[in-house]
Design a protein around this ligand. Structure first.
Ligand SMILES: NC(=O)c1ccc[n+]([C@@H]2O[C@H](COP(=O)([O-])OP(=O)(O)OC[C@H]3O[C@@H](n4cnc5c(N)ncnc54)[C@H](OP(=O)(O)O)[C@@H]3O)[C@@H](O)[C@H]2O)c1
Length: 376
């Protein structure tokens, strides 16, 4: 039923959607192509949250050429009012004949509704095959996690030597990788709504955790420090510009150090969990409520372990430098107590990229669903 040309145009819609990667959060990336056969009449993509959706933008460009044409869209058109009006009525009104959809809306409450309403209006809807669907779904993995799990998507990132060390025995870790890898790491920061580190990293490296490449425009950015016992000084560089900075601690709100930080305009959340640790699911739920759809966890090893141990890592990005640090006391990427060999998280869809002399390996952490119990 579907011609090769339709696949190409859906693929093009996914490519267009990509242009919104740094600017659309908390919305999904969406691209749209209006075509007659293989002849493209108009293209558009969702550029920024609050701005027009891809479909009405493409329809406006197609103008009087839209009736009878096909719409190729990377995500199922919406039926609900958000910051902008729903897209389905606009598509119906424009007289579009067929709609090709790469991926369904991830929200279980509305998934498939856009498609049903289009069909009810007499429009033929054709859904993509598994390969394109997976590509479109993976493109919006942050948005999907935020919608479906009501928590931000978590990427765990670290830079290691070939023997897996992330700092020397002395604690020195700047810089393990070369310039191209470090630039790529900064670019990663631009696409995440928040960056998070542990207090150990602030004490050792005094990072700023800022976005500095200008890709994300003025989109708000949270810089988060997990500081169980409040060891970090209010004069650390991460707090130089207090807006966006957030300290999360296991100490109670009445602790004088909480008040000292607050007096400097630094936001502090007191979220004590078990055994003096911070309750990670609570942090993530609260961040999700602030429309933070993604968090980049930049270390160190102790913090990364707490995220892995809580099964809260969705993807890993590991920069490998072609050198060997050695040192039995030198930390590796992930610390803590470690997993038994039979229970390690597994990663899939492994990809690698050469960056100067270094490598970036990215992969998705496989979700292990508990096996259904057999009835006795
Ligand atoms: N190569 C790299 O990519 C990279 C990246 C980052 C850091 N580093 C290096 O790693 C070293 C620091 O790593 P690290 O493992 O020592 O420290 P870290 O992970 O940065 O910070 C550890 C501290 O964070 C707090 N914390 C983390 N998770 C917590 C939780 N769930 N609940 C409560 N508190 C939590 C704890 O504070 P409390 O103890 O007060 O509870 C803990 O001591 C430095 O040498 C740094 O240079 C390397």
């Amino acid at each position: 039923m579907k011609s090769r040309g339709d696949d190409d145009l859906l693929s093009r819609a996914i490519e267009l959607a990509e242009r919104g990667r740094y600017t659309v959060s908390p919305n999904p990336m969406v691209g749209a192509v209006i075509a007659r056969g293989r002849r493209v009449l108009a293209e558009a993509w969702h550029r920024r949250a609050g701005g027009p959706h891809a479909e009405p933008a493409a329809l406006a460009r197609a103008g009087s050429r839209a009736p009878g044409a096909d719409l190729h869209v990377s995500l199922e058109p919406c039926v609900h009012f958000g910051r902008t009006p729903p897209c389905v009525p606009a598509i119906v009104e424009a007289g579009i004949a067929r709609v090709f959809v790469a991926a369904r809306d991830p929200n279980p409450a509305v998934s498939g509704r856009g498609i049903r309403e289009l069909r009810r209006a007499g429009i033929q809807v054709i859904e993509a095959g598994p390969a394109l669907r997976r590509r479109a779904e993976s493109q919006n993995e942050k948005f999907r996690t935020w919608i479906r799990e009501r928590r931000p998507f978590v990427l765990a990132k670290w830079a290691a030597t070939l023997d897996g060390k992330t700092a020397a025995t002395s604690g020195e870790s700047r810089w393990i990788t070369g310039e191209a890898a470090r630039l790529r790491a900064l670019l990663l920061r631009e696409e995440f709504d928040a960056v998070l580190v542990g207090s150990g990293t602030v004490l050792a490296d005094d990072p700023q955790l800022t976005r500095r490449l200008g890709q994300a425009g003025r989109r708000p950015h949270r810089r988060i420090v997990l500081d169980g016992r409040l060891r970090v000084s209010p004069s650390a560089r991460v707090f130089r510009r207090p807006e966006g900075a957030l300290v999360v601690t296991a100490r109670p709100e009445k602790d004088p150090r909480v008040r000292r930080l607050a007096a400097r305009g630094i936001e502090v959340w007191s979220l004590p969990g078990e055994r003096g640790r911070i309750d990670l699911p609570k942090i993530l739920a609260r961040l999700a409520g602030e429309e933070i759809t993604s968090v980049l966890v930049e270390g160190g090893a102790d913090t990364l372990w707490t995220f892995f141990a809580a099964k809260l890592v969705d993807r890993v990005a590991v920069f490998f430098a072609p050198r060997v640090l050695g040192g039995s006391g030198a930390p590796g990427g992930v610390g803590g107590g470690g997993f038994p060999l039979g229970q390690t998280p597994r990663v899939v869809d492994v990809e690698h990229e050469r960056l100067g002399d270094d490598w970036l390996v990215t992969a998705r952490v496989e979700r292990v669903r508990p096996r259904p119990r057999r009835p006795k």
